[in-house]
Design a protein around this ligand. Structure first.
Ligand SMILES: Cc1cc2nc3c(=O)[nH]c(=O)nc-3n(C[C@H](O)[C@H](O)[C@H](O)COP(=O)(O)OP(=O)(O)OC[C@H]3O[C@@H](n4cnc5c(N)ncnc54)[C@H](O)[C@@H]3O)c2cc1C
Length: 387
């Protein structure tokens, strides 16, 4: 059902999505979301008590792969980042009041949210280095700092902001997460950052935010004070695998386009592109890479479900850099096979090429995950006798 819906209802929207502001399409998006709700496929991975399907990670991997075939898939089915991660932590750590105010409407798709951690001047790869502070004043916190890459802040109802609340505590206990409604005075959306030439808008954007004496009640603290990184760990593990599941869908779409183009494109009066061995080699390599990456993702999902998030850290780091690189290779090969057409927005490939380059940077750069995996493996070998 999902494959069919993506094919019939979402892919035909892409030409307009690629050439006009996505805000033009908001009424159509709403219509499609209603259809998904009627089909009872809404919010596949979110809790049943809030109107989701509560699929486990392995089931969601298959759903997400289908949705990833279009950049609109996850948004239309109500399981898009960064809301998906925020839903998980609100469900796990939110107070009853926070759940009533934010969680219900968020799962229902009535509002959107964003996650504001990365700062302009300090390394996102080492987020314990953080300048944004929240200082207690009466019953409030007063937040000051500069963040960027707060994805989807434009049009969001609230941000979950990572701030230093306890500068005297140990490194990993200095920060907290605080819910900040975006209409709070002092929440200043400076700009949607142009990414690969496109600033985007609404859900499809990444903002720079200046928090200037931004005052929120202390009851907006999410979880215990000083537990920002503990909660971030809860958010980042599943967040990473969610990206990987979606990327498999992108691989499949780019691969299908590559094979179809190779079969159709006439390059000599009696020859199609697919007759060339170099293209056949790309097809075979990409098929093998996608299959390997897909099985790794499913295995990591199984590990998280059956062994636990903590025990699956190595598998999560492995898929994060492997799948990101496989996806980029497949998009690149497919674009190359399309020649000049690949560079245009007449296919989805250039969009994916522009926007998915970031996959090797966000939620932990490749290098950081490689180092983390290598350290774990080296430790596993401690005291091991190998002949
Ligand atoms: C499209 C996009 C969306 C994003 N969305 C969000 C969001 O919604 N919310 C949010 O808070 N953030 C978001 N981010 C920010 C993202 O998490 C950071 O960009 C990422 O953590 C890297 O941090 P940095 O950009 O400061 O790079 P740096 O930390 O400065 O790292 C730069 C490079 O240095 C190398 N490097 C870093 N550390 C090491 C190391 N230990 N060993 C070896 N090499 C290393 C890596 O190659 C890395 O790419 C987004 C980023 C992008 C591009």
């Amino acid at each position: 059902m999902i494959d069919e819906f993506v094919e019939k209802e979402l892919i035909p929207l892409e030409p307009e999505f690629l050439t006009k502001p996505s805000t033009n399409l908001l009424p159509v998006f709403e219509e499609k979301r209603k259809m998904v709700k009627q089909m009872e496929l809404w919010a596949p991975n979110h809790p049943k008590e809030y109107g989701g399907m509560e699929l486990d990670l392995l089931e969601h991997a298959l759903v997400s792969e289908s949705l990833g075939r279009s950049p609109l898939g996850h948004y239309i089915f109500g399981c898009q980042a960064p809301d998906a991660g925020n839903i998980e932590i609100l469900h796990q750590f939110g107070s009853d009041e926070q759940k009533a105010k934010y969680l219900g409407p968020l799962v229902d798709g009535k509002i959107r949210s964003c996650f504001s951690m990365t700062e302009v001047e300090l390394p996102g790869s080492n987020p314990v280095m953080m300048d944004t502070t929240a200082v207690k004043d009466g019953d409030d916190y007063v937040i000051n700092g500069q963040k960027w890459y707060t994805s989807s802040a434009d049009g969001a109802e609230f941000a979950i902001v990572m701030v230093v609340t306890n500068p005297e505590a140990g490194r990993y206990l200095q920060a907290s997460m605080i819910i900040v409604p975006t209409d709070t005075p002092g929440f200043n959306l400076v700009r949607n950052i142009p990414v690969m030439g496109h600033a985007g808008e609404d859900y499809f954007s990444h903002a720079e935010i200046l928090y200037q004496n931004c005052r929120v009640p202390q009851s907006n603290l999410l979880g215990p004070e000083g537990h920002g990184f503990v909660i971030a760990q809860e958010r980042l593990g599943p967040g990473r695998i969610h990206h990987c599941m979606r990327w498999i869908g992108i691989c499949n779409r780019a691969f299908d386009l590559m094979v179809a183009r190779a079969r159709d494109r006439i390059i000599a009066p009696d020859r199609k592109l697919a007759a060339k061995q170099i293209i056949q080699s790309w097809i075979a390599e990409c098929a093998a890479d996608i299959q390997g990456a897909r099985l790794m993702v499913l295995h990591a999902a199984w590990m998280i479900e059956n062994v636990g998030k903590k025990e699956a850290r190595k598998e999560i780091s492995l898929i994060k850099f492997v799948v990101a690189n496989v996806m980029q290779k497949v998009i690149d090969r497919s674009l190359q096979v399309h020649g000049g057409l690949g560079m245009t927005d007449d296919t989805i490939l250039a969009f994916y090429y522009r926007h998915e380059r970031a996959a090797r940077i966000y939620d932990g750069a490749d290098e950081v995950h490689k180092i983390s995996v290598a350290k774990r493996i080296l430790k596993e070998y401690e005291g091991k006798r190998v002949r």
